[in-house]
Design a protein around this ligand. Structure first.
Ligand code: SF4
Length: 373
């Protein structure tokens, strides 16, 4: 179907938010602000960055942006980004920025789609292992659960088993990128395959633009996973970005579960050492095949699969471009004219400065307009 077809542009899937239903939605645990929450072994914690309902639908004052000299990472108080932040950025960078600035904009119907997607993920995960909820009170505890998950999955991967919800993290272009791989398994030929599950509200495959965004997302997972098993991700970099305290004693629940898993650790630092040693010494292969499975959320039937060719140079180029925004080296950009059809289903179309400026940030247009007067 044509990308500007009426049929698809009216759907939730076409808005660029549908893939937030994947496992990374569950990962939207705010690790920085963990006060009293819980995390699950073999899956990230349940709290989310889904918006509150009371946010006012107003644009940020332009003067505020004009005066703001901090980078978006600082402005949004972010210590890391999620892989889905970058894939949403790939759909429309300006839309992703509005999502951060005005989170209350997410329509209830979209929230419902995300919920259903998360449930399907959970059901799939339960097929391969039980979930154990572990109360966590600090960000160190939350990361410790992530590490315990990794430690429990490495031997399964080594014995050519199937794992789900594998946490990945690594520094990319100066920013820590965090994500969760849906599934890793081996093919009949012994190749390591990454399978990403995407739920669809309607029983049809997505537009090419949506597929492109999904391809970028799973390419990023491979990028980070490969770096992890090749020993390119270091604990020093993780501590630097997250400001974790490796010496802080872990909470009693986390310690209990670590003991049950056979790990004799006291602090996050002990666990980190174990994780980085295991990752590099266990001789895990890099990912050979990237596969996306599109599933109809109501019937759970597979609508189609996509095998993605990993283009490292292209992925790196895109990441460099997107990180330049996060580091404050350039203004956010909206869609190109050829992709203006995306604006039709965008929640922010009425307030979008990029759209109002005809494809140029209005912060650039304003001084020009003043000069003309
Ligand atoms: S209106 Fe268009 S350019 Fe603006 S945020 Fe939405 S999709 Fe992007």
């Amino acid at each position: 179907m044509a990308e500007n077809g009426e049929e698809e542009t009216g759907s939730v899937e076409a808005s660029g938010f549908s893939d937030l239903s994947d496992s990374e939605l569950l990962e939207y645990l705010d690790l920085e602000d963990t006060q009293e929450s819980s995390a699950s072994l073999s899956k990230p914690g349940p709290s989310s960055e889904l918006p509150g309902k009371d946010d006012k639908l107003t644009s940020l004052p332009k003067w505020k942006r004009g005066l703001d000299v901090s980078s978006p990472m600082e402005r949004f108080h972010l210590k890391h980004l999620y892989v889905t932040d970058l894939s949403t950025q790939d759909w429309c960078e300006q839309q992703m920025v509005y999502g951060k600035e005005l989170p209350g904009f997410l329509a209830p119907e979209k929230a419902a789609v995300l919920d259903t997607g998360a449930s399907i993920h959970l059901a799939r995960e339960l097929e391969v292992h039980d979930l154990v909820t572990i109360p966590t009170t600090t960000k160190e505890d939350a990361w410790a659960v992530k590490f315990l998950n990794i430690l429990s999955m490495i031997p399964v991967l080594q014995s050519e088993g199937r794992i789900r919800e594998f946490p990945v993290f690594g520094e990319v272009e100066g920013v820590l990128l965090v994500g969760v791989i849906d599934e890793l398994h081996y093919t009949a030929k012994g190749e390591l395959e990454l399978a990403e599950l995407k739920t669809r509200r309607r029983p049809m495959l997505p537009l090419e633009a949506q597929k492109k965004k999904d391809c970028f997302q799973i390419s990023l997972y491979k990028y980070i996973f490969d770096a992890m098993v090749q020993g390119k991700v270091t604990s020093a970099s993780l501590i630097h970005h997250t400001k974790l305290c490796p010496d802080k004693p872990l909470g009693p629940s986390v310690l209990r579960h670590a003991r049950q898993g056979g790990f004799s650790v006291k602090s996050l630092g002990d666990l980190m050492e174990l994780v980085f040693l295991s990752l590099t010494l266990s001789d895990l292969p890099v990912i050979d095949i990237l596969k996306i499975e599109y599933i109809h959320q109501e019937t759970a039937t597979v609508l189609g699969t996509e095998i993605v060719a990993f283009e490292e140079k292209e992925v790196r180029g895109k990441v460099q471009h997107y990180m330049a925004y996060w580091m404050g080296h350039r203004e956010p950009q909206g869609v190109d004219v050829e992709e203006a059809w995306k604006c039709r289903t965008c929640n922010y179309a009425d307030i979008c400065e990029w759209r109002k400026g005809g494809g140029v940030p209005s912060s650039i247009l304003e001084p020009l307009a003043k000069k003309v007067k």
